[in-house]
Unconditional design. Structure first.
Length: 327
């Protein structure tokens, strides 16, 4: 698609081939290319196919595979190029074919964009790719973090990363260009975390031994001004209760926050959807994401300190007791 003249809309199988962008280089893009090739070896139809093969084999799903989606524009443009093909568009209108997107990590902004796109039927991903803007922090803290990145950037243009995304997700090999410049820039009196947009070997080795950190529910609740709940959240006996109460608090603060739950609670897409589904099933949130009175009651109950009833130690009598009658 990048080789087309500007002003010409790309049309799959006509003025560009979908397989032209598959990378064989090392890194996450190369890993995606290897994944696609392995899938072809197991019987899936590869990207080097043509319309006639899609028709003869009655393909019902076209899957776009990528490593990281942060703005969502590139993936949506690619999906749109498929449906500019008159044959594929006809199949789509007749509900004979669907377009799915499969990624390892997706940002909240990209999730919202792709899930509402007319060109994409389903989105699947493993992890949320956080950005400064989508952190479950008070607006003042987000603004301070953005100002910090701007203040210490050597060049103000691109200080927050490509298109000002401010991404906080990086693969083992290198960070994307959507991360703030302070993590990547070089120069006098500055030691970047990722020098030359590469992850240093010693840091890679260190990260291999780092386990996934547990979600700090108390910190997240404090960020959304639920201080009483924050003080008592660790007293919940079950970890699932902590997740549910924190999710309720996030939705109470912002009913449009379902996309933030995965990143705020370090959950996979499947786990986050299961949490939302449970809240709906219990009647604690509406379909629009608003917390119901029943949900507010759960939050109020969570703020109360849990009563613990202990055994009362009675003094042992000096003399043995003998009953004088049967009852």
């Amino acid at each position: 698609m990048a080789d087309l003249d500007r002003g010409i809309d790309p049309v799959a199988f006509e003025n560009f081939l979908p397989a032209s962008g598959i990378s064989s280089t090392p890194g996450s893009e190369g890993a995606v290319g290897n994944l696609v090739r392995d899938s072809v070896l197991r019987g899936a139809i590869g990207p080097k196919t043509d319309i006639e093969e899609l028709r003869s084999k009655k393909v019902r799903t076209v899957i776009l595979v990528t490593d990281l989606v942060e703005s969502g524009s590139q993936v949506e443009d690619f999906a749109a190029s498929l449906l500019r093909n008159t044959t594929l568009r006809s199949w789509k209108s007749g509900r004979w074919i669907q377009t799915w997107v499969v990624a390892y990590a997706v940002s909240q902004a990209a999730q919202e964009k792709l899930e509402s796109s007319p060109f994409i039927d389903k989105l699947f991903f493993v992890a949320s790719a956080p950005a400064i803007e989508s952190l479950p922090w008070p607006r003042s803290s987000i603004t301070q973090a953005q100002l910090l990145c701007m203040e210490h950037a050597r060049r103000k243009v691109g200080a927050m990363g490509y298109k000002g995304h401010g991404g906080l997700f990086a693969f083992q090999e290198r960070p994307p260009n959507t991360s703030p410049a302070v993590f990547r820039q070089t120069g006098k009196d500055w030691s970047p975390l990722f020098e030359g947009r590469r992850t240093p070997d010693d840091l890679q080795q260190e990260l291999r031994n780092v386990s996934k950190p547990e979600t700090n529910h108390a910190l997240t609740l404090t960020a959304v001004y639920q201080r009483r709940l924050s003080a008592n959240i660790e007293r919940q006996f079950r970890a699932d209760n902590q997740v549910l109460l924190t999710a309720l608090a996030l939705l109470l603060r912002d009913p449009t926050a379902p996309g933030k739950i995965a990143s705020a609670l370090s959950l996979s897409q499947t786990a986050a959807e299961a949490v939302i589904a449970f809240l709906h099933r219990m009647g604690w949130v509406t379909d629009d994401g608003f917390v119901t009175e029943a949900g507010r009651a759960e939050l109020r109950a969570g703020k109360r300190a849990i009563r613990r009833v202990g055994r009362k130690n009675y003094p042992e009598p000096d003399a043995p007791y003998y009953p004088s009658s049967l009852r």
